[in-house]
Write a protein of this length. Sequence first.
Lengths: 784, 161
Amino acid sequence: MSTDSKPAGSIGVAMKRKEDPRFIQGKGHYVDDITMPSMLYMALVRSPYPHAEITSIDATEALKVPGVKAVITGKDLDAAGLGWLPTFHGQDKQMVLAIGKVLFQYQEVAAVFAETRAGAADGAEAVEVEYTPLPVVADPFTAKTDTVILRPDREIKSNHIFHWEVGDKEATARALATSATRISQRMWFQRCHPAPLEPCGCVAHFDTMGRLQFHVTSQAPHVYRTALSLVTGIPEDKIHVISPDIGGGFGNKVPVYPGYVCAIVGALKLGRPVKWIETRTENLTSTGFARDYHIDVEIGATADGKVTALRVATVADHGAFDAAADPRGFPAGMFGIVTGSYDFPAAHAEVDGYFTNKAPGGIAYRCSFRVTEASFAIERGMDILADELGIDPVELRRKNFVRRDQFPYPSPLGFTYDSGDYHKTLDVALEKIGYQALLKEQAEKRARGELMGIGISTFTEVVGAGPSKQFNILGIKMFDSAEIRIHPTGAGIVRAGTKSQGQGHETTWAQIVAEELGLDPQNIMVEEGDTDTAPYGLGTYASRSTPVAGAAIAMAARRIREKARKVAAHLLEVGEADVEWTDYTFQVKGVPARRVTMKEVAFAAYTNMAQNEPGLEATYYYDPPNMTFPYGTYIAVVDVDRDTGEVKVRRFLAVDDCGTIINPVIVEGQIHGGLTEGFAIAFMQEIQYDSEGNNLTTNFTDYLLPTSLETPHWDTAKTTTPSPHHPIGAKGVGESPNVGSPAAFVNAVIDALSPLGVRHIDMPLTRDKVWRAIQAAEAKKASA
Amino acid sequence: MKIKVTVNGISYERDVEPRTLLAYFLREDCGLTGTHVGCDTSSCGCCVVVMDGDKAVKACTMFAVQADGHEILTVEGLAQAGKLHPLQQAFWDQHGLQCGYCTPGMILSSYVLLKHNASPSEADIREGLAGNLCRCTGYQNIVKAVQQAAETLRQPAGAGV
């Protein structure tokens, strides 16, 4: 009989990652590492024009290039009924290869298949396409009235895609009209791109049974299987989707891209495996962008700083196709979280989406569907209100927080926040960073004319989509699933419908099983990303893995425990009702010395199960009863060089509350990474287009990512408020730092510049932009 | 063109197109897929390998023919006799990786950094790794990993390694 209690590596233990040995030895298995006998390579011909008629496509020269096997065009695909691809929320479709005209620069026009990677690239160069340029719609604000209709294929002949609103419009208008203080600010959350270091790609192959074997960089392999079946008409049992190791996703690898469909068509047509790996330029210019929200924020408040109403109106640039990766019926995702951590008596939010001649997307970049945009809007808005009222932004927040005793809190925009203690987390952050001392230092520096800023963000997220009554993708409800098998020796395997892209599921999923079953996580194998073996799941994005699949794993493990209890009763020679699960073992109630471990029970389940069903396995499909609401307080301290506009992030503290933590080291790593992406968005990352729709940021020398040199040092801390409805109380954390931090950075810079009268600058806060703002403010002061 | 390149101590004689990049030579001709490609502009450093023992080179920016007659070390050649190199161990110990895509290049740039500076400060490490992008870790744990490895490597042979 074992006497150990908590297993080494159960929940809360900083266990080293099980997946790392292969990555540190160069033995990760990414899509481009796959080769198959007689494999062909595919390259895409892309449009140099943002908007143009295609006059002709001539592949004659391309087909003469040595090794080129075939060229396919939009016409070919359309004839085969494969011209268009539905987008995930089901409200629009996207051309696979351009049919008749191109709608954005770098749009896919033709696919070339060749014996070698270089041959395919040569072939693509040799395809001659003639275009007649058309007038370009590059500005979402003029798109509505523009006479150029980008999508005549749609029933509604307008560039306006959708109007979405939530909240009480009249009550909000009344409250704003009668508020003692009122601020309004337009802010643009710029277009950016997740740019994981591994680009998107696939290998498509029809095996000897005519079954599609599709290796692909997918964050949602099961959804791909269903989507591909719907698009191609291949029966779903004849499609096997495998997501191997993925080199970062951040939302970029959620949508199904045209290149995937072309590779499948090529493999079918040519009877050979086809590999397609996009270049970095293709990745930045054609796959899912994020944000691009022009947000008007209005907040009303009493004279002493109690908020009365929030009104938010947004113009969203969705590009040429509405490929936003939102659940159906949520064209603006979870933007309704825009009331944030504050108890607004009235609120109204609306979003209008428009087509422009830009790349399609609107994906959830390290974000639970537009939560980042919402969080930024309210956290910037609260700072502007504090400035207007002349009170400390910290005090304004404290005064308006949803209180601990208000949970579960029904927000005015329709969410029910599960749990939180915003005051406590704020206090921990203020104490840890030494807020009072910082204020004193700032006052001294300001007296000397130095520009020091303190920026705070006290955000609330909504993650874990989601309850089946609200959320689906292509009609499929957003549950997730797990299957656990415990082998005779007490080792086991967990299979889940999620897919790690670096999140560490091979470790954390094993830890959940260890906690629930008292087994060694080192001997719990985790398998994801294979649609033949894993139960159906909606995948990993929008911080949904732990809230949904993590719950499914815990529940499947509890099913196993119930089954094991019967075998334990047999071993202990008592009735099942007399057996309790205590201290990670089965014990006879009131006689703790009489016990058996799960390992012993596992062996008996295969060798000595008496009248019980043999074996020890369970599957659970988890339909979450609610979303989870992680939150945090972030504080940034910056120094701004008045002469150059250079911003130095001197300190940054993130205090996160993500409920129960499964592995503190993995959580801290996620926070470091998310803060770095938030930092990047605040200061550098922007996908820029000129007024003619030309993409100006087509590689990493123009689309800047932070290196080790400019990335600040991150300090982290936590409070723990478990989710009351999640089996282990976890909330999800991977996106919090990316959602919460941009406002902290911008608030800090604006705080630094506030003595000059600067109230807002749109991101990214490049040195140039900050310098211009300083110059303009000083010129204004001089002329006053 | 016929070339002869020594990779991880093994001599590879191959006939390559002159335009073949070293990165694809390693991946496709030598079957060493630990060298990754993440951009087309020498920006990301996923493809960094070590040339002639002490130079970090971006294998996507060098032709295979330029490596003719040279010695290349890739991530697959770091562990010896089944024992992880101190840098590999340190990246694992310090949670210096998440998706693993930048990791081979990051480890090999660190390898060269430590060849030239056995006791780097945090600033030295951050400057030394500025040619390698990571989207997952925020670099902080990578810095800690390099510090741990530096300490291990400074121990007398046999004591720490």
